[in-house]
Ligand binder design. Structure first.
Ligand code: NAI
Length: 332
């Protein structure tokens, strides 16, 4: 089947090309993101594959369908970039990668937390320029601290297990309570209780209308002074302006993010020679207690291999008229 692969980087091309030997699809790679200005490239492709910052809104869904596309296969777990109702209206089926190494993201969140708490990124910068001073690098023992996990699905539970290994007390918030989280010693509480009682909070829920800005000014006003906040889920979960205000007032002790509300125009590109006219991200990186990475938590050999393999399997199943095990449909 002819597949247009949007947002294709060198690593996408290499992995998809290698794994496609078992499928025989005709893959065409576009570095561009799929959005209103690029959707014309998809004309004549029955399947398109996209990534987290592509945009399948109503206009793009309509244009895709008009160009003959029938399948949108996102190479991600989250599908908040796709208007599922519009896709359904235009007869587009949508698949995602429901399952890939949750360890990739949970381990990365742990790495961010350790770096943020113990200032490892700062120490690295210092020693490279011959500064072996410890002043300003003091952290705290995670052992005995309370860690709040918002979203205790696959990734949240692996993260919780790692934190249990450190000897932390676990609080969770999730509309769907998982016995496995409780088996780790975790206790489900309201989001307000979690905000008030945690020394560390890590976000692992999907971005939906109900979770957008789940961490906002109200939430941050309830937190313990010095809270460390980690977000490896989706940028829209955190109200960035509220986080900046909480950092300025010193209430928020540190912020580590792999995702950012306005990442679509920045991430996955080398913008180092450009003037970046996003004042929020520029303000964020100016804080010594903010650690920012460019949406790389998923990026391990294991997770990325599964992402590419599952995407190709979805296209093959679609071509053969088989059941789409990774299909996502609009609620209701
Ligand atoms: P999952 O579906 O296994 O778990 C999500 C959990 O969040 C579920 O238990 C669900 O009930 C819960 N949830 C839903 N609404 C909630 C709310 N209002 N409050 C608290 N919890 C709520 O998903 P998984 O695989 O654990 O992934 C979680 C998220 O991680 C994805 O939606 C995606 O946004 C993000 N992600 C980020 C990656 C990165 O590279 N930075 C890579 C992969 C996923």
């Amino acid at each position: 089947m002819k597949v247009a692969v949007f947002g294709a980087k060198r690593y996408d091309r290499e992995m998809l090309t290698e794994l496609n030997a078992a499928h025989g699809h005709a893959l065409t790679f576009f570095e561009a993101r799929l959005e209103p200005g690029t959707v014309a490239l998809a004309a004549g492709f029955p399947a398109v594959s996209i990534f987290v910052n592509d945009q399948v809104d109503a206009a793009v869904a309509e244009a895709l369908a008009a160009g003959g596309t029938r399948l949108v296969a996102t190479r991600s777990t989250g599908f908040n970039q796709i208007d599922l109702h519009a896709a359904a209206r235009h007869g587009l089926r949508v698949t995602r990668v429901a399952d890939y190494s949750p360890h990739s993201v949970a381990e990365f969140a742990t790495g961010l937390l350790l770096s943020l708490n113990r200032r490892i990124h700062k120490a690295h910068e210092r020693t490279r320029s011959g500064n072996f001073e410890l002043d300003g690098l003091m952290g705290f023992d995670l052992h005995g601290r309370t860690v709040g996990v918002i979203g205790t699905g696959k990734i949240g539970r692996v993260f919780a297990r790692i934190m249990a290994g450190f000897g932390c007390t676990l609080l969770g918030h999730d509309p769907q309570e998982h016995p496995e989280f409780e088996a780790l010693g975790g206790r489900y509480v309201s989001v307000e209780h979690l905000a008030a009682e945690s020394d560390v909070i890590s976000l692992h829920c999907p971005l939906t209308d109900g979770t957008r800005h789940i961490v906002n000014a109200d939430f941050l006003a309830r937190t313990r002074p010095g809270l460390l906040l980690v977000n490896t889920s989706r940028g829209g979960l955190l109200d960035t302006r509220a986080a900046i205000a909480a950092l300025k007032s010193r209430r928020l002790g540190g912020l580590a993010i792999d995702v950012y509300e306005q990442e679509a125009s920045l991430f996955f590109q080398d913008r180092s020679s450009d003037i970046i006219d996003d004042d929020l991200i520029q303000r964020l990186v100016s804080f010594p207690n903010v650690l920012l990475t460019g949406h790389q938590a998923f990026f391990t050999r294991e997770a990325f291999g599964t992402i590419c393999a599952t995407t190709l399997e979805s296209v093959t199943a679609f071509e053969r008229g088989e059941e789409l095990v990774n299909e996502v449909v609009a609620p209701g």
